[in-house]
Design a protein around this ligand. Sequence first.
Ligand code: PLP
Length: 377
Amino acid sequence: MYGDVVREIEDLVKPRYKLFTAGPVACFPEVLEVMKIQMFSHRSKEYQLIHTDTINRLKRFLEVKEGEVLLFPSSGTGVMEASIRNAVSPGGKVLVTIVGAFGKRYAEVVERNGRIPIKLEVPYGKPVTPELLDEKLSENKDVEAVTITYNETSTGVLNPLRELAKVAKEHDKLVFVDAVSAMGGADIKFSEWGIDIVFASSQKAFGVPPGLAIGAFCPEIFEIAKKIPNRGWYFDLLLYKKYNDEKHSTPSTPPMPQIFGLNAALRLVERMGGKEKWLAMYDRRARRIREGVKNLGLRLLAEPGYESPTITPVFAPEGINGTLIYERMRERGFELAKGYGELKEKTFRIGHMGYITDKDIDEMLENLGEVIRELTR
Ligand SMILES: Cc1ncc(COP(=O)(O)O)c(C=O)c1O
């Protein structure tokens, strides 16, 4: 009986691809295994233990010396919205840096929540530089916060977060960081770099299924939130902090399997020898893929020096639609990611987050080479 149900669903979703996606990504086997643990109350002593342990591990991973890490029963965009609703005055201005589709989303979130986005936008493939940010902040002294997409998943650009946060702090602005496709794949030193809010989703570089968002908040954010009206309920940071402090849990029911999974991923980091070793794995993978792609005569979208450790967008050869390359690779058992938004036709993307081996990478590159040769013959 039970086996039949599993097979029916496998039939429906056909899990037969090697994943090089932008997220959800392939999960580590240990993560999937712990997600099978039977449920229990999220108000129990046992839940409090796993909740607190996960948060303590995240605090170490993100180097949060002062401040809180909170868990949310949502995807990362929920915390993006929370950053605006809790820490920017109604009608206040926010400098939104935009290097691709997810910076644009942040601007939309600012606007739809009744705040005013002041946009600093650069061409696709380029990062925001500290000089540009400094100039824009000098012209817009009345913004309350700056938003930065650490790793822009649509263009594969890793922004120089540490330097950008430094500039924002010199102008005495709050720094909100979308690290959805960066956290777990690129370093974050929360307290040292002067970050006020950083958030991510479970389904990216930690290699955990979707449904859980992670946020880190400096102490000042909670003081600001006390003065902001209409924070709502579901993403009220003061409510989250209260439940976290007093009940070691969340205000509404948390996605417990994902929390078990994230806890397992953070233990894997430790088993591997710590954060530096884990991030070095991401760096090695990214280099292997970039080199392989360049050896096929293909061009990367991201400006050299700012390439993402978690995703590599690639220009399709002249006259070939990027989606066609994506389709051909799928036929060969490899699920890459299509180009995003306006870049859909011209590019395709190779994600390198989660559970991927060097052998998978070499096989993927070999097949990609064959696909490119077929299409350009
Ligand atoms: C940089 C970035 N920001 C935000 C999001 C939205 O995340 P979620 O779908 O988890 O809300 C994504 C998703 O791909 C992303 O890559």
